[in-house]
Write a protein that binds this ligand. Structure first.
Ligand SMILES: NC(=O)c1ccc[n+]([C@@H]2O[C@H](COP(=O)([O-])OP(=O)(O)OC[C@H]3O[C@@H](n4cnc5c(N)ncnc54)[C@H](O)[C@@H]3O)[C@@H](O)[C@H]2O)c1
Length: 282
């Protein structure tokens, strides 16, 4: 890993999982950090640990669905640190269900966080990073679920296809204006994180855990695939090593689990034959 002394890294979704490990990795390599998350108490714990190791950290508690709050996060990072070298647009959530049965609230929440949350990050950070007129990086976290269709989490898959495609458009539009921002799309498969705890931070006026759908066998079975697979995933430290290396090596599509590459190319090849989708083998 390179030396990040004098660099500034801003991360959304920094309290848990991939975001917290990115913060630890860049902080211990010398970067100053601007960290944001919806889970304030855990974000404070992450910051306190890093500060004990001498890392300079600023924290912001926000919901990435709130464009004004993300704008204020970017303004604070630029004002406090004078610039941002790497912006990790990372916060995300997951839901599960059958398309026509899952509560609409789940659809709105998943798409708002995973798609509009990224858009808010881009709107807040990209103009400021362009104005720096030096090489810097925007890193959007999508997912292998932006390249492969899995059947249990339709809103998540839809959101991650959107996340990946909007990141490709971002790269093209920045190339068109000769920007020095380098864009990356991170597409992990399963990583051992707290992603299945995302319902804990939902607003009570937007999420009713007593909705009868959540008691159905259909939901329970689909959600069990999500929560049962995470502990079997790649250790977060290994995934973050690949992500950091991909950013340093100018990789656009950062794939942490190359074992899925044949399934990705197989999906495209099969679609071009006119065949209907088939389940991804796990
Ligand atoms: N873990 C996996 O298997 C996996 C696979 C592919 C992609 N991803 C993606 O990686 C990213 C990070 O997820 P993770 O796996 O580290 O999960 P995680 O739950 O451990 O971390 C996500 C972080 O985002 C925060 N967050 C959630 N909603 C937010 C909101 N509205 N506003 C601000 N912060 C919010 C959470 O509090 C948490 O700290 C997500 O975009 C996720 O979709 C994860």
């Amino acid at each position: 890993m390179q030396d990040y002394q004098d660099k500034v890294v801003a991360i959304t979704g920094a309290a848990h999982g991939i975001g917290a490990e990115l913060a630890r990795r860049y902080g211990l390599a010398g970067a100053r950090l601007a960290l944001a998350d919806i889970d304030g108490p855990t974000l404070d714990e992450v910051a306190a640990k890093l500060e004990a190791d001498g890392v300079v950290v600023r924290t912001t508690v926000l919901d990435v669905r709130d464009a004004a709050a993300v704008e204020a996060f970017a303004a604070d990072a630029f004002e406090a640190f004078g610039g941002v070298d790497i912006f990790c647009n990372n916060a995300g959530v997951i839901s599960a269900g059958t398309i026509w049965a899952e509560p609409l609230a789940d659809w709105r929440w998943t798409l708002d966080v995973n798609v509009l949350g990224l858009v808010h990050g881009i709107r807040a950070f990209v103009p400021r990073m362009n104005a720096q007129d030096r090489v810097c990086h925007v890193v959007d976290t999508a997912s292998i679920a932006g390249l492969l269709v899995v059947e249990n989490s339709p809103a998540y898959v839809a959101s991650k296809f959107a996340a990946l495609s909007l990141t490709e458009v971002l790269d093209l539009q920045l190339q068109q204006i000769g920007s020095k921002i380098v864009v990356h799309a991170v597409c992990p498969a399963i990583v051992q994180t707290d992603l299945d705890r995302c319902n804990d931070y939902r607003r009570s006026d937007e999420y009713d855990p007593t909705d009868p759908y959540y008691a159905t066998e259909d939901y329970q079975r689909r959600w069990a695939v999500v929560s049962g697979s995470l502990p079997l995933g790649m250790p977060v430290a290994d995934a973050v090593s690949t992500i950091v290396a991909g950013i340093e090596d100018d990789v656009f599509l950062i794939l942490t689990h190359p074992a899925y590459n044949p399934a990705v190319s197989g999906r495209v090849a099969a679609l071009l034959t006119g065949a209907h989708p088939t389940l991804v083998k796990r």
